[in-house]
Design a protein around this ligand. Structure first.
Ligand SMILES: Cc1ncc(COP(=O)(O)O)c(C=O)c1O
Length: 382
């Protein structure tokens, strides 16, 4: 008897959740990567008011035109001349990613994905019937991929490449010349370029370097309100592109995924963008201080080397304890009251690393790092 689809059987729960599910309530959690803030109050009020005003209906599939126009405008320093037709609101970045793979990938196609990775990419490609091919983003190269590695992976069945900067889990960010090299690779091979820029507003040194505005007509940008407005539970994101032919296909696909996004919530987000536009910068300022603190602490510990990220909300230090895997170390830390993610949960190149999300207060980071230091000293001396 056939039970479940090959598609369902081929995907596994992620390692990040595995640790989280083992943790009790009393741990200091550097686990999931969820900002410890609430959305701007004006957004919550506008969301509430919109429901009271009867905005409880289906909207057009691509979303509220005013919100789509606002989003297009928010990218105008990168790309002028975009308007509502260039934007499809989705129910999260997660939804946007699945939409794109379903829209672009046929069975037998392959997609180039970063590794260490945000754990949804590979399973999404597999759900769409394609094969993931992973390109390494290594510590020794500040987590930036090399074009040489990409050239070894690409073939005539490669339809797309996904870039994610600032990166989850590594915190890696691009400068303009690195961006141009990666763009040139995608252009030379005529690939769809999916750019996951959900951390675009959480950058610490200078403006975010985007693939938007580069002139390549196959760029499809994924974004989310989850991190920038601290509304992970709202599940709102979008796809934006100058390619209107692609947008038509994407919007058609979105209809079959969710029909449309939540009506009233889109008013909440519009209000956040209009009336609390500085909010992401306030968060980014706090994240930068936390980042400085955690990097300094980690680099003072035995067996630990940590780059200082220029964006996102994660550090991905190399942590070496003889004869222990990253999962062994993460388990020891959990026993001592600290939750983090083993690097191996993000792919084979993550082995030898731990991921700490600095989504807790500076006091908690300090308490957590005291514990990490004590555990590592104990493990190193065994
Ligand atoms: C790199 C990256 N892309 C996409 C997402 C999805 O965000 P959401 O589904 O909350 O919008 C996340 C969430 O952690 C992420 O880290």
């Amino acid at each position: 008897m056939r039970t479940f689809s090959d598609r369902a059987l081929a995907i596994q729960p992620t390692g990040v959740r595995k640790m989280f599910d083992l943790a009790g309530d009393d741990v200091i959690s550097f686990g999931l990567g969820e900002p410890d803030f609430q959305p701007p109050p004006v957004a919550i009020e506008a969301f509430h008011q919109a429901m009271l005003d009867g905005r409880n209906k289906y909207t057009t599939t691509a979303g509220l035109p005013e919100l789509r126009r606002k989003i297009a405008e928010s990218w105008s320093s990168y790309q002028t001349d975009m308007d509502e037709q260039n934007v499809c609101i989705t129910m999260s970045g997660t939804n946007a990613l699945l939409n794109l793979f379903l829209t672009l990938v046929n069975p037998g196609d392959n997609v180039l994905l970063p590794e260490p990775y945000f754990p949804l990419y590979g399973p999404d490609v597999s759900i769409a019937g394609g094969k993931a091919r992973y390109y390494p983003c290594l510590f020794d190269n500040e987590f930036i991929p090399s074009v040489e590695d990409l050239e070894h992976l690409v073939d005539e069945n490669t339809v797309a490449i996904l870039y994610n900067f600032p990166s989850n889990p590594t915190g890696g960010t691009l400068d303009e010349s690195q961006r141009d090299e990666l763009l040139d690779f995608a252009q030379r091979h005529n690939l769809w370029l999916i750019s996951d820029e959900v951390y675009d507003r959480i950058v610490f040194d200078g403006p975010h370097v985007s693939f938007m505005g580069t002139g390549y007509e196959r760029v499809l940008l994924v974004n989310s309100f989850s991190k920038t407005f601290a509304m992970t539970g709202w599940r709102m994101g979008y796809i934006i592109s100058t390619n209107l032919e692609a947008m038509q296909q994407i919007i058609k696909m979105q209809y079959y995924i969710t029909a449309c996004s939540t009506d009233a919530m889109q008013y909440g987000i519009l209000t956040a963008m209009n009336q609390a536009s500085e909010y992401p910068d306030v968060l980014a300022k706090e994240f930068k201080q936390r980042c400085d603190l955690i990097v300094e602490r980690l680099n003072a510990m035995p067996g630990v080397e940590c780059h200082k990220p220029k964006g996102a909300i994660y550090v991905f230090p190399r942590v070496t304890v003889p004869n222990m895997t990253s999962e062994d170390i993460a388990m020891e830390l959990l026993k001592d009251g600290v939750l983090c993610s083993p690097g191996s949960a993000f792919g084979p190149s993550g082995e030898g690393h731990l991921r700490f999300a600095y989504t807790i207060s500076q006091e908690d980071i300090t308490r957590g790092m005291d514990k990490v230091e004590a555990t590592l000293r104990r493990l190193q001396s065994q």
